[in-house]
Design a protein around this ligand. Structure first.
Ligand code: PEP
Ligand code: MG
Length: 590
């Protein structure tokens, strides 16, 4: 952390990773998460009863959540698997736990969240030390319970944001998708988090909210208090705390310049994404929420290249039914018609923790039970989703996309499930699109290397660089400690993309890209030069990418890509592209 001068209320800056461009100026709102250690917090004697009430209320709500989990788990994966939640209910009913928490609030004047958190932590460490497996497992149960109850107690913190008069810059250790969904979007000026990388889900969500964001700031929750005046520079990844008048003036001016550029850019939104020598690139939008669909078109997309259906599941405690999903998909499909909507089937796990699907705690969640692996093992979740998509497909132009395919076996199984969903619907006389186009995401290196085989089985491919890069370079996409190694212009990544496109085209299969690399203006010309067919990016990034495409000659881009592929390091490629782009696009900021 840098400080201009020492002392209270002096200007400080913290540098993080830029993930969503723009400047936000306003007050901070610190959202306390459950992933951080809950800070020791004392309360006034007058607040004791309120805190005890909060605690009782949270226990009541968690019990309700658990009961609904019990019935849905029983329905989906059987009685035995639901027993875990019965154990959780028993723990919540433990009179000793309740008594000790209330004592800590009343006698030691601890906040409800801290009292419950520390008591469970004490029990948990005692259990974890025993050599009996049964008790060690209970320690895991306690951690789960602690997470749920503390989250519930802190629920009113989120409400605080709802009750804020104006908007605020949200500061958090991390933003779980389920936390973020509950925030009132109109009150968020920007996001800044301790952890995360360019492609972590908090970053993707910030872009979908179209607000500036910086992640991986490491200490931002430590140094910023709610109410502090802040500048968040999402383009530089910087947070300035207590900015001086001079700094404020400088940033107001910078914000005006960015606004002017954006106004100019939106003028080309309705023009085709066509190179100077006439090659059309499909330019599409990535969306996370149904109500974002229009934004995609408003900002110049000609279709939805990735509808992350995951968020329909993440916002709730129970599973969305086939009917509920059908209604949501149909809304998007009808709004976007005649343009296509690529609906990706459920992709949770990794850093997207659903509350309605039980995923045991794993040492390596990104290598574990996630995406298509869950769908294939949970037909009661997968089949209703496939049916909902098939039913929505008659209302417009729909394509289906399977995430995280790592072998042909998975692809065959996923397609077999699709056939099963089709025949069940046909039996019930439901209208469906029989020849629904099916695609596979190429986001695992193994899949990339068998692109030729996958291409024979699908209608299209979509390169998911967010995961592909993390698996290729062995860099956790959400870990700020190793974010400096996460490079989309790494020569190995470029070579891999070239090979994927070549192999797919040899089989006559078109290839899109929906990972965040598709929205990196330094990569656009290389991707065009490598003959990518479609780029799908966050709506806020669309105008800039369209401008680059429209100013490009395909043959020139092909030469540029060839040159970029001769370098040995990502830094060399970045420097080369930066120089080229700054010369060519004087009115864009790189
Ligand atoms: C990707 O991995 O590039 C992708 C688009 O999927 P997600 O970011 O949702 O994992
Ligand atoms: Mg992915």
């Amino acid at each position: 952390m840098k400080s201009k001068s020492q002392g209270k209320n002096k200007e400080y800056s913290i540098q993080g990773i830029p993930v969503s461009p723009g400047i936000a100026i306003g007050r901070a709102f610190v959202l306390e998460g459950v992933h951080v250690k809950i800070a020791k917090k004392n309360i006034a004697a007058a607040e004791v009863d309120i805190e005890i009430e909060k605690f009782h209320e949270a226990i009541k709500n968690v019990k309700k959540q658990l009961s609904s989990d019990i019935s849905s788990t029983k329905r989906r994966i059987g009685e035995a698997n639901a027993q875990i939640f019965d154990t959780h209910l028993l723990i919540l009913d433990d009179p000793m736990l309740t008594q000790e928490t209330i004592e800590a609030i009343r006698q030691d004047l601890r906040s409800a969240a801290f009292a419950f958190y520390s008591i469970l932590e004490k029990f948990q460490s005692q259990l974890a030390l025993t050599d009996q497996e049964y008790f060690r497992e209970r320690a895991v149960d306690l951690r789960d319970i602690r997470r749920r109850v503390v989250r519930c107690i802190q629920g009113d913190k989120t409400d605080f944001l709802k009750s804020l008069e104006g908007a605020a810059i949200v500061i958090a250790h991390d933003l779980a998708p389920s936390d973020t969904i509950t925030l009132d979007r109109h009150k968020i000026l920007g996001f800044a988090t301790d952890v995360g990388g360019k492609t972590s889900h908090s970053a993707i969500l910030a872009r979908s909210f179209r607000v500036p964001a910086s992640v991986g700031l490491r200490y931002v929750t430590k140094y910023v208090k709610s109410g502090d005046r802040l500048i968040l520079d999402g383009s530089a990844g910087k947070v300035l705390i207590n900015p001086s008048e001079t700094t404020l003036k400088k940033y107001y001016k910078k914000r005006e310049q960015i606004d002017e550029i954006n106004i100019k850019l939106t003028k080309i939104k309705d023009l085709p994404a066509r190179t100077l020598d006439g090659k059309d690139i499909e330019l599409a939008a990535n969306i996370e929420f149904t109500d974002e669909a229009e934004n995609g078109i408003k900002y110049g997309a000609r279709g939805i290249g990735l509808f992350r259906s995951d968020y329909l599941y993440l916002a709730r405690n129970d599973l969305p039914t086939e009917e509920e999903q059908f209604i949501e998909y149909r809304k998007v499909v009808e709004k976007i018609y005649p343009y296509p909507v690529i609906i990706r089937t459920l992709d949770v796990g990794g850093d997207k923790e659903p509350q309605n699907i039980h995923i045991e705690s794993e040492a390596n969640p990104f290598l574990g039970y996630r995406a298509i692996r869950i769908s294939l093992q949970e037909p009661d979740i997968f089949i209703p989703q496939l049916k909902a998509i098939l039913r929505a497909s008659v209302y417009g132009n729909v394509k289906l996309l399977f995430p995280m395919i790592s072998s042909m076996t998975e692809l065959y199984e996923a397609k077999a499930m699709l056939e099963k969903a089709k025949s069940e619907l046909i039996k019930k006389n439901k209208s469906i699109q029989y020849n629904l186009e099916v695609g596979a995401m190429i986001e695992v290196p193994a899949a990339a290397l068998i692109t030729d085989k996958i291409s024979e089985e699908v209608d299209f491919l979509s390169i998911g660089t967010n995961d592909l890069i993390q698996y290729m370079l062995a860099v956790d996409r959400g870990n700020e400690r190793v974010a400096y190694l996460y490079k989309d212009l790494h020569p190995a990544v470029l070579r891999m993309i070239k090979e994927i496109i070549l192999a797919a085209h040899q089989k006559g299969t078109w290839v899109g890209m929906c990972g965040e690399m598709a929205g990196n203006p330094l990569a656009t010309l290389i991707l065009i030069g490598l003959s990518i067919d479609e780029l799908s990016v966050s709506p806020m990034l669309l105008p800039e990418i369209k401008k680059i495409i429209r100013a490009t000659d395909f043959k020139e881009a092909a030469k540029l890509a060839e040159k970029a592929l001769t370098f040995s390091t990502a830094v060399e490629v970045e420097t080369f592209m930066l120089r080229y782009m700054r010369r060519k696009f004087k009115d864009l900021i790189f």
